[in-house]
Structure formats: C-alpha cells, structure tokens
Design a binder for this molecule. Sequence first.
Ligand code: 0A1
Ligand code: ZN
Length: 865
Amino acid sequence: MNIAVNPDDHAVHPTIYLKDYQPPVFGVSTIDLDIRIHETETLVVSTLEMQRLHAGELVLLGRDLELLNVQLNGSDLAPSSYSLDKETLTILNAPDQCTVKTEVRIHPENNTQLEGLYKSGGMYCTQNEPEGFRKITFFPDRPDVLAVYTTRLEADNQYPTLLANGNLIEAGQVGGDRHYTIWQDPTKKPSYLFACVAGDLAVLKDSFTTMEGKPVALEIYTEEKDIEKCHVAMQALKDSMLWDEEHYGRAYDLDNYMIVAVSQFNMGAMENKGLNIFNTSCVLSSPETSTDASNFYVKSTIAHEYFHNWTGNRITCRDWFQLCLKEGFTVFRDQSFSDTLQSPAVQRIDDVSSLKSAQFAEDAGPLSHPPRPDHFVEINNFYTATVYDKGAEIVRMMATLLGEENFRLGTDEYFRRHDGEAVTVEDLIGSLSDGSGTDLWNFLPWYSQPGTPVVTGQGIYDAETRRYTLTLSQSIPKKPNYPAPQPLPIPVKIALFNQQTGQPLLLDAQGETETVLMLNQSKQVFVFEHISSQPIVSLLRDFSAPVLLNFDYQDQELAFLMQYETNGFNQWQAAQQLLERILLQGHDASAYLEALLVTLPKVASVDPLLASRLLDIPTETFIASRIDSNYDPVAVRSTRETLMNAIAAELKDFWSASYAALPIVPYADTSEAMGQRALRNAVLAFASRAGVADALTHASQQYDAAVCMTERLGALRQLVNYDAVDHDAKLADFYQRFENEALAIDLWFGLQASKPNATIGEITRLSQHPQFDLNTPNRVRSITGNFATNPVAVWTTEGAQFYVNLAKTLDAKNPILGSRILQVLSRWYTLKEPLRTQVKAVIDGLQGQVTSSSVVETLANLQKA
Ligand code: 0A1
Ligand code: ZN
C-alpha cells in the first residue's frame, strides 16, 4: 500500500486504489434513524437490518462519533464483542442476518467542516457526499450499499421545520418545548444521499404533474426574507422536470421534491434524494441582487441536481472512482438543458471557455488525473473539472457519434438495465453500445488516460484533381505513472468554406455542409473530392472533442473564419485561436483587429450575446496555463494590456455608437435582454479603456440608473478599475444598499479582490473586514477566487503566502475549502526564476503544518510538480 506521509507530524493517509475494490461484506435492507437535536449535542440512534453478502467481518464506518451503546439482535454488546478504532466499529462474529443498533453523540454545533450534520446560520443541515454520513452514525458508508431509510427527527420548537428524505408519515409534540417528524423514503439509496434539515424556514410551494399523471408537491425552503428570490429556481425546476421527460423519457418518482437553501456550503448544491440542499448562491435570484451570470447558474444548477435523480440517485456509482459516471453524464444533461435558455452557440462557448480555463489547466499540471482516477488519498479532492467537465465531454462525444435517435436508444437501455443499481463506467458504455447498436468500447480509454490530446492537422488542395486532402494526427501527453497512451476516438466536426464567396461548401449529394470525421488512429488522411477551389477548413465545430487543435492556418484564414463561419461557436473559436497566437506566439494583431472591426458590428446587430463573447480576450490565468516554463506574469500582463489597448483604440467609434444604442430598459430575463446587458458592459469596459470622452461619467450614470445587478456591477467595475473620482462613494453606496444581502456583499468583496492593480495590502485589508467570515465558504471564495485572476499579485512571495496562510488556517476548520484554496498555487513550477524558487519556498513552508488528508494530498501533489 502506498502511503501519503506528512513526515513532520506523522499524519498518515492511505492511498486507495480502484483495483482493490471489493464488494460489501454485509448489505443493509433498512435503516431506522432517530436524530435528537439539542443545542449542545445531538444524539443519533440507528437500527440496521443487515444481511451477509460475502465472507468477512461486519465493519461499520464512523468518524468523530462518541459511541454510547451498541446492540446486536436486541442485546447490549460487551466491549469484548466489538472493536472500535478511529474510523471503524467491527462487530465480532456477527451472524449472517442481524440487527445492529448503535447510539452515538455528535456535535453539529461545532462542526465547521460542513460535512455530516452541521449548523449553518441558525439551522441544521447535512452534507453527506462523499463520506459525510459516517460523521452522523456508524454505517457501511459506501455508495454500493443501498437501503430503505426511515428517519425520526426531534428538536426544540424554535426549529419548526424538520425535514428528511421521502414522505412525511408522522409529526407531533414531545412535551411542551420539543417536537418531531418521521419521514419514510420508499426508494433504496446509498448513505451519501441521506439528508435532514432542522430550522425556522419559509417555504415557496408549487406542483408538477408528471407525464405518468402523478402530482408532485414542489417546495423551496429558505429564510423568510429571501422567499421571493425563489421563483426563478421554482420555474427552472418545473422546466427541468418537463425537459427530462421530453428528452430522456424520465419522470420523477416521489410525491414531493424539496430544496433547502443554506448559506454555509462547500460546493454549489447536493442532489440528496427528494431533499436537495443548495448553497444560497445557487438557488436565490432576483434582478436587484443577482447578476445575469448567477441567475443563469441558479437555473442550470437546479437542472443539474434534478437530473441527478436519474443519473446518480436511481442509478448510482458502485464506488467513488466512478464519480464521473454520475457527474459527467449529469453535466452533459444540464448543458443540453441550458441550450434552451440561451443560444446554443453561446452555451457552448461558455462551457468550452470554462473547460479550457479550468480543465485543460488542471490536466496540464500536477493535479492532472483521468476522468476516472485509479487511486486517491482523499476523494473530496476529486470533485474536479476533469471529473465533471471532461466527463461531460466524453458523453457528448459518444452522443455526437450516435446521433440523437441512437443516443436515446442507448440511454433508454441504460435506465432499463440499471435502475436501482450501483454501477460503473463500463455499465454506461455497455448500455449505450447495446441500446444503439454501435460499439463504443473504444471510448473507454478516455476515462482512464489523463492529459489533453493534441490534434495536429494539415490541408492540401490539388487544383488539377479538385481534391482537398486533410491529414489529422493525434498525440496524447505521456504522464508519469501511466502506461504509454493509446490513440483515442476523436470526433472532428468540420465544414469547408469557399474563400471567394465566404459560403460553406456542399459535402455530399444531400446538401450537407458539415460532417464528422472519426480520428481514431495516430494519423489519418481524409479526402474530399470535387472541390472547385482552395477551401478554408473549419475544424472542431462545436468543439466536438476536448482537444487542443494545432492546424497550420494562416492568420488571414482564421480572420476569414471569424467573419464567414456560419457556426457561432466556431466564429468565436477562430477569434480565440487568433488571440492565442497574438498573446502566446507574438503574432501581429492586425488580421484579428481588421476582422473584429467588420464582424463585431454585424453580430452585435443580430445577436448581442454572441457579440459580447466575441470580445472575450483570453485571461491572464488562461494564458499562463499554456506556458510551461519561464512564465513571467508581468510580461504576460503587458502583452495582454497592449492588445486590449489596441482593440480599444481600433474600435473607438464603435464603443460610443454601440453604447448609445443600448439604453437601459426595463429588466427582462430573456436571452436577448441578457445579451444587451452583457454587450453594454463589455462596450463600457472598452470605452473606459479607450478613454472615450465621458465613458466614466456614463459608468456613473449607469450605476445610478441601473435596474438590475448586472448593470450596477458592470458600471461599478469600471469606476473601481479606472479609479474614477466617485469610485469610493459608489462602493460605499453599494455596501449600504446591500448590507443585508449576503450574496450581493460577496460581489462587493469579489469586485475589489479582482481589481487588476489590487495590492496584497488591499487584499489583506479586505480579509480583515468585519463581514469577512472564514466559516462561510462563499465569502472566502469571493476573495480567494477573484484575487486568483490577478497573477501579477498572486505570484509574489506575499501573494503566495496569503494562500498558504489561508490553507493552513482552514486545514482544521474546513479542509475541503483549504485544499481548493491551495490549488491556486498549483502551477508555481512554471514561473521564471527567481520567482519559482521563492514561491516554492513559501509552499514548502506548509510542510508539517497541516494534517487533513485533503490539504496534505494537495500539498504533496504540488510539491512533486
Ligand atoms: N454531487 C454534488 C456536488 C457535491 C459534492 C460534495 C459536496 O460536499 C463535500 C457537496 C456537493 C453535485 O454534483 O451537484
Ligand atoms: Zn453533480
């Protein structure tokens, strides 16, 4: 067994391997939980009906539990009949069928790690994925043990809302001060999907009738003051329920669907069966307090958690190595749903932007791992962009290859075969293959190989034979400790364009202008006949595979695609390719600027949302993710600033005209209105940069006249970034307006933390503000996440020390958060000297100072880079 050792404090965390998977020794048919919450302790009695499945000991997992009593088949067990250590309770010589009852004491009131049962604000709630349930009671806490749960919850009357999974079957008083509810969940589920809540909450109610005619009560619970901010989420829930019926034939199974908003939560949301628990940031939305981006995120997160009911809950994972089975498929499903909320081209642009900036970067550094890892120390460290987003890309590639109808046959087969089971990635591929009649087994290596493949291409046109020959090859980076990579199936969607007319060419007799080439060998040649003149090829349309593309385009050809591509995504992609050449390879910007000058006004007049994305300039952190050595953050900033200034100057007239043409209008939650607001803010940013007369006055007016947060924040950002005379006054005004709106105050922190010229002194001052709170992950991330967009300040000894100090503080308080914060420093080794050595010394200073498996594993990975 490999061991991750922190030699200084002897914290030892074993490595767990996929190859060592063993099925459970005992199953649990039913579990009865009795949870009695008191201000200074909570008592949990659990009764498990257990059945032997294989030879071995009866081992229950538990962490930080005070064991008060243990019974086997109704009799107290003497200490000689069981053994107890830090993580396990072993019942010695257990019979094949038995009832195991335990009573434990826990302390949710002191639980700052936000795993298991904990107190958030004034309420109690749970987070059990992946391994939180063992912090509530002793249990075989692994996803392949599925049981039927009955939960009795008891608390003081000051917590009138007592919720658990399933149906409410009883409620009543216990004496004068306390009360209880009993919930029964008819479906078998793994322990990570158990949830309960105790609080004083308001509820928004609605209903949905499934395609099977079953009425479902929908309820969203939150603090009373936020209840009106739940309508967007409620509508999204109903839309998601309908969408899953229409697109996957999946209806909801229980009588009720509850969502509870909590303010202290490590992630976005959690799909507990019938009782989702959401970070407030992913459920509350109002035009005044939420940006369009967060409003959109609420809808897609609601959809994501709802879709988990089939892909995750009814069909769950056999073990945590299979996490991408539920997450990848569910992200693919929520992305497809989001296509209905905004133009599919922009949806794809946004998904690919985040894939490239987060997942490609992760895969290029020391935290690189396959979508299905084969080992881990701490599973909490594997809720990553690779598991989620690359996992989604793999499902997308298979869906692209199969086409809509056959993909549906494949997914129908998956649901038919595996409903009620805990399965593996192989089960998904097997079902999709058998259901569709297409063998997809060659996609399996996508799940087990790390690294981003590079597709290199070359096109040759022969005027005599009127033949266009496209040669594509693939190479996959070899990673330490992984076997030599083998070629992967890579669908490459393409179109060819006539250079003279700008029109797409017909590729077959049916009039198709697009085709999917399957690159599944190291190198392949594709020939197109009857091509009348040298075409321009547009590759990887819709980003048909998660690869880096290296085609020997002339800059002028990319500029052509910016103007003439009929696929909005590839129009954007051509611009990005050109920008990467300018920013990374020092190409001249003139081809890009000329193309932007003619393209932007045209696109702006028909699709402002797409136009706003055409103004995306790769961020400094993205550029850094493409530089593997000698990275100089100051030089990267200066190159990027030069380009931004050139764009600002070149389109100066457009900014003025366009800003004037985009007046503030009453708020609407439509793709078109979102596009206008996004474009207005982008234009305002460039106008401020270009020094357009009155740009900052317009910003100030926009701040005052704003009808929604997107407008107010967009204006405030320019006032702050350009140190406008009134920026302090406006910041103070913002604070005062939203003092009691935690999510808006997060924006206030975030805006200041992301200021390009923010100093570490300013960041430290922000983190000493009375409203900064280490117990609230949203607040911590508002600074750490936004400051991370400023590599010039992060990559200094003080900047790195800021992250290291926080990771050290959070190591005990909230290791999941601490580990994520440390990951900001993962590309230290790419820095130029002497920065590289200086930052490494800061990171090494953490050695021996941390003990949690999450932070220790991340630190070890960083150090071995
Ligand atoms: N399954 C959730 C993500 C999640 C994971 C871990 C958590 O706490 C440690 C919370 C949520 C999802 O994919 O939405
Ligand atoms: Zn998920």
